[in-house]
Every structure is written in C-alpha cells, then in structure tokens.
Design a protein around this ligand. Structure first.
Ligand SMILES: [Zn+2]
Length: 80
C-alpha cells in the first residue's frame, strides 16, 4: 500500500484504468504506465478497443457495459 501512484500494483492500476481513460485523462502519462511495460501494452490494447468502439459508435458514448466487458477481459487475461 502506498500513496505513490508510481508504486501502485498492476491490479490497482488496472482497476482505475477504465475510469482514467473514461475521464479523458492521458493514461499514458500515468506514473505506473511509465514504469510498467505490462500495463503499457495493456493500455495499447485498450486504446485499440476504444478506437474500434468509437468507429462503431461515432456519436454515442460507449456504454458503461463496454468497460465492464473490457474489465472482465483484463481479469480473464490476468488469470491466464
Ligand atoms: Zn502494471
């Protein structure tokens, strides 16, 4: 446990990631991402998915469901 965002665990960071991206923040600038190759590649995957979603739904905001699905996908990959 630490208040330093650069020292948070991958699980902690990934739990915040959908919110971070959803808020429009630059997740790539996050201290954890800077120090963690794993989460960098995860973010790249998420951005690919998010970009695809934007192309599918150019006007409508992606539903909350979408992030829930992405989150469960992340958790599944962690298990493997
Ligand atoms: Zn990480």
């Amino acid at each position: 446990m630490s208040d330093d965002p650069g020292k948070m665990s991958c699980a902690e960071f990934q739990a915040q990631l959908p919110e971070l991206i959803g808020s429009g923040a630059n997740a790539a600038d996050h201290p954890h991402i800077r120090n963690c190759e794993l989460c960098r590649s995860l973010l790249a995957d998420l951005e690919t998915i998010a970009e695809a979603a934007r192309q599918l739904f150019p006007v409508v905001e992606p539903p909350d469901d979408l992030w829930a699905q992405i989150e469960s996908k992340i958790k599944n990959e962690e298990g493997g």
